[in-house]
Design a protein. Sequence first.
Length: 151
Amino acid sequence: MRVRYGEGKIAVALEQKREPLLYALCQYDNLVLFPINPRTVANYRKAFQPSRAKSDPVDARLLVELMQKHPEKMVCWVPGCPQILALRQWVESRRMLVGEKVRLTNRITAALKTYFPQVLDWFEDKDTLVFCSLWSSFHPYLTRKPRPHST
């Protein structure tokens, strides 16, 4: 982009707030990043797209239009010091890990409700070492498909 556009600044509109793309792009000093709330783009699309169909090319055109027609409403993202940026990345990673933990414990709970509901009464927390040890000892039996009964 520097070869094509020179050393000037390039405005980049992103339909996201806290995503790795934002952190990856902030390392380039010629890019000026404008994160735009996805709801803003969705509402703009509803107002001016009769079909209301969502597609990346349409949303990209809408982002450009928003930047051109309403520059006073756009807020430039300032990453702050490298320590704050690193902290934000760690917080985002932790948030994703917590979400994954919740998803997995919900799947385990659903399986236990079907096969062995008493265990749910025995353990309040499904993310302890004791529970995980018990689960891993039962796991092969719970994931195996039941054999049909012979008559």
